[in-house]
Design a protein around this ligand. Structure first.
Ligand SMILES: Cc1cc2nc3c(=O)[nH]c(=O)nc-3n(C[C@H](O)[C@H](O)[C@H](O)COP(=O)(O)OP(=O)(O)OC[C@H]3O[C@@H](n4cnc5c(N)ncnc54)[C@H](O)[C@@H]3O)c2cc1C
Length: 457
């Protein structure tokens, strides 16, 4: 068997592909006109209308003159039911692009519908780079920040933590320009708003000078990587783990700034095929017998390196659809929580091959980010391919997250309501009071958000 690389493992042909799962299974369903579905296909709704403003003025006027419920949508990459509505779907695709930039302070203002993937090249053109990015970059800026989307790194906050100013258009048609000095509480709420305070039409981000990154990937025993986690996170700009289920190994990714020449070749079809064949073989084996096989496979994965401009290293493309649950636990509890999840998957013989993801996220000052407050967090994700029912697996693991004080990622699947959420977020009640004041009739609420905020209106 030829040597495997992280690119083979984590790239487009990620583990879901080896189950024969493709997005064609999703596209075969014919929905009536005007149906909306999220990226994973797990959420479907039938909005009464779609409104796609070309200007902020049109948006404000629509809010002031329309009736009924409203939900803003970005690129529909949230797994949770934040967006579904039978009212008006507010699509901000047309509010896109760089609006202003400050080359001395490395600030840039973007229309909020800009996709993260479009920001990297534009920022590079003005000598800037975003400080961090999530695992993929197809989300809109507004959508990503509305759920506190994050990457990893001991010194790096979620994207919302780098917002220095924003424009919020509220349901009464009001236009508010917010930053930390003018209305600090409203600003702290609006940076992670779940789309429940209004529509964000533009955002200013703190960036830095454009830079290049080198990413090194290797496979090592999970127990060793967790033991050395603190030294790895301190030594590297970014460090994360993909723990392999039914196995003793994890894939580790360490990413650092570099001046080295770009060297980021595309994965070869032979590598993909070698891995594909190996995985197909062992997928026929019952979960209880997989461990030695996955361990043997993991030991075949050689280290690899790649160098590129920052935004091409920090984010990836994930073509195979899945659903995801992620909780952030205080970082000191992270290793124990992760170990308990991995042991439970083995103990209960959960038939899953998708690796977990384990990331360090720095604390921030927003009201509702999963890392808000005075503690750094470890974000732990579990995944299930989109064609399979995720509930039995996620229902089994979710109580483990609760045991370690986990906060659910707003954009990912969870079952919590206002009571539990208020105990996890010190400023939760403050946020709900702001929400009520800005949207007393609950026009921006849907079924999911009513549960999240404990609203009956
Ligand atoms: C393959 C994949 C990989 C992912 N990787 C990561 C990751 O590495 N890290 C991470 O933290 N998350 C990750 N996520 C989760 C994802 O980043 C979030 O769910 C994000 O919110 C999706 O952005 P979006 O533009 O698709 O927004 P949507 O899902 O469309 O909307 C999300 C929320 O934003 C609100 N919203 C949208 N536009 C506006 C607006 N203009 N004003 C106000 N509110 C608005 C919506 O109402 C909704 O509440 C991933 C998701 C997928 C599918």
């Amino acid at each position: 068997m030829s040597k495997l690389t992280r690119r083979t493992f984590l790239g487009n042909t990620a583990l879901a592909a080896f189950f024969g799962t493709t997005s064609s299974a999703l596209s075969s369903v014919q929905d009536p006109p005007l149906s909306w579905r999220n990226w994973s296909g797990g959420e479907v709704s039938y909005p009464k209308s779609r409104f796609s403003p070309a200007t902020e003025e049109q948006l404000a006027r629509f809010f002031a003159t329309s009736l009924g419920s409203l939900r803003p949508v970005g690129s529909g990459h949230s797994f949770s039911a934040l967006v579904p509505t039978d009212g008006h779907l507010v699509v901000i695709d047309q509010l896109s692009g760089l609006l202003a930039q400050d080359e001395t302070r490395h600030l840039a203002t973007f229309a909020a519908g800009t996709r993260l993937s479009d920001m990297g090249p534009v920022l590079a053109g003005v000598g800037q780079g975003m400080l961090n990015l999530p695992d993929i970059d197809r989300q809109t800026l507004a959508g990503a920040t509305a759920t506190a989307t994050h990457g990893t790194g001991i010194d790096f906050k979620c994207l919302s933590g780098y917002v220095t100013g924003l424009r919020l258009i509220t349901v009464d048609g009001g236009v508010r320009d917010l930053d930390v000095s003018s209305q600090p509480d409203l600003f702290a709420a609006a940076c992670v708003s779940l789309g429940a305070l209004g529509v964000v039409s533009r955002m200013t981000l703190q960036n830095r000078a454009a830079y290049r990154l080198k990413q090194t990937t290797w496979v090592e025993k999970t127990s060793t990587l967790l033991q050395d986690f603190d030294s790895h996170t301190s030594a590297h700009r970014h460090f994360e783990l993909f723990p392999l289920v039914h196995s003793d190994y994890s894939m580790a990714l360490a990413t650092d700034e570099t001046d080295e020449a770009i060297n980021n070749p595309a994965a070869s079809p032979e590598e993909d095929a070698a891995f594909d064949n190996a995985m197909r073989g062992f997928m026929m084996i019952p979960p209880s017998l997989r461990r030695p096989l996955i361990n043997t496979l993991a030991e075949q994965i050689g280290p690899s390196e790649r160098v590129d401009v920052s935004y091409k290293i920090l984010s990836n493309i994930r073509n195979n659809r899945f659903n995801e649950m992620e909780y952030s636990v205080p970082v000191e509890a992270g290793a124990d929580c992760l170990k308990e999840i991995l042991a439970t998957i083995i103990d209960k013989q959960v038939d899953v091959v998708f690796p977990l993801e384990y990331r360090y996220v720095c604390r921030d000052d927003t009201m509702l980010s999963m890392s808000s407050g005075d503690e750094d967090h470890a974000a732990i994700s579990i995944h299930r391919v989109a064609t399979e029912d995720y509930r039995p697996y996620f229902d089994l693991i979710e109580p483990i997250f609760w045991k370690y004080g986990g906060r659910p990622h707003w954009g990912k699947i969870h079952s919590l309501g206002a009571g539990q959420l208020a105990s996890l977020y010190p400023r939760f009640n403050e946020f709900t009071a702001i929400r009520k004041a800005l949207d007393p009739q609950g026009r921006l609420l849907n079924v999911h958000l009513r549960k999240v905020f404990g609203e009956t209106i």
